[in-house]
Design a protein around this ligand. Structure first.
Ligand SMILES: [Mg+2]
Ligand SMILES: [Zn+2]
Length: 189
């Protein structure tokens, strides 16, 4: 298959990777949303190198009725506006809106959101990165056949202890800034 026909995308988890994860709580309003230092710059560099960002995020607070879908849409709109203002191209945002115990097919470590993405764009699983901060991100990414990078922001410090022979990331980085630099260095290899 001709590699040119694939889109150059990068999957990113949201909370704990792009913005601070209010651990034990949720990002319920735009006021709760804080970009992790260096995240916008990292996204900008990825955009500059031709990567389109695709966000894969579980927002169980919707299903568990902690905040409304309208509130989430408002957060997404403002996040996208902020990204655009900084020259960042977000190709798409996929959310799982089911509650934590809903047993849906899209909450990570399930791969439903990635499958949805694959129906809408062509990419090479084996050469596409996914950056996450939770063990379940790595589990989902590995199952789907992506190259998983792990960051120590968000749940990272805690979840790094959960890795095992089956599920471990390709590399671990302090934050999205270093992970993005690695991705840029790997591009074309
Ligand atoms: Mg996260
Ligand atoms: Zn779901």
């Amino acid at each position: 298959m001709n590699a040119q026909k694939f889109e150059k995308i990068i999957f990113l988890d949201r909370d704990g990777v792009i913005n601070e994860d209010p651990i034990g709580d949720y990002v319920k309003t735009w006021e709760d949303f804080r970009f992790i230092p260096g995240a916008l710059d990292a996204l900008q560099e990825l955009t500059g190198a031709g990567f389109k960002t695709v966000i894969i995020s579980s927002q169980a607070g919707i299903g568990d009725r902690v905040y409304s879908e309208q509130a989430l849409n408002d957060i997404t709109d403002k996040m996208l506006a902020e990204c655009k203002k900084n020259g960042v191209v977000i190709r798409n945002v996929y959310y799982c809106l089911h509650g934590k115990n809903a047993d849906c097919d899209c909450r990570k470590p399930k791969t439903g959101l990635f499958e949805q993405a694959e129906r809408e764009m062509r990419f090479d699983r084996n050469n596409t990165f996914f950056i996450g901060d939770k063990f379940t991100d790595v589990e989902a990414g590995n199952r789907f056949g992506l190259r998983c990078l792990f960051v120590l922001t968000g749940h990272g410090q805690n979840d790094r202890q959960k890795f095992n022979q089956t599920h471990k990331p390709e590399r671990i980085f302090p934050s999205i800034a270093e992970a993005a630099r690695y991705v840029l260095g790997q591009a074309g290899k």
